[in-house]
Write a protein that binds this ligand. Structure first.
Ligand code: ZN
Length: 114
């Protein structure tokens, strides 16, 4: 008997084995993969991917939409309810800080307590 009572227990132990930097790479790679889905519709805006993580699990994803529509961070945020103080955002580009046709993503992340 291994001591693992369920697949969830095994999953929990597996996550503990992975060190934090490895997890950071994994989540960032996922965000990069997501950014590819933004193309070509996001043009001329840059393709950006965002994953939101809680307890080492991805809980929401987003990528840049068509010009004038919400950005990757906002798309990921709108799927969750506030507050998100225990959530970490992995984004492939520095979140925007300007208000144009859409709200500033940096402020939206702050307002959500991410
Ligand atoms: Zn933005």
């Amino acid at each position: 008997m291994t001591g693992f009572r369920s697949a969830q227990s095994l999953l929990t132990v597996s996550r503990q084995i992975l060190n934090a930097p490895m997890l950071d790479k994994t989540f960032m790679l996922e965000a990069l993969q997501l950014s590819k889905q933004a193309l070509p519709d996001c043009r001329p805006n840059p393709p950006v991917g965002c994953v939101l993580v809680r307890n080492q699990l991805i809980i929401s994803r987003g990528y840049t939409q068509k010009p004038g529509a919400i950005h990757a961070e906002a798309l990921a945020l709108e799927k969750l309810s506030k507050p998100m103080s225990d959530v970490t955002a992995y984004v492939t580009m520095e979140p925007c800080s300007f208000v144009g046709r859409t709200p500033a993503c940096a402020q939206s992340l702050i307002d959500s307590s991410v």
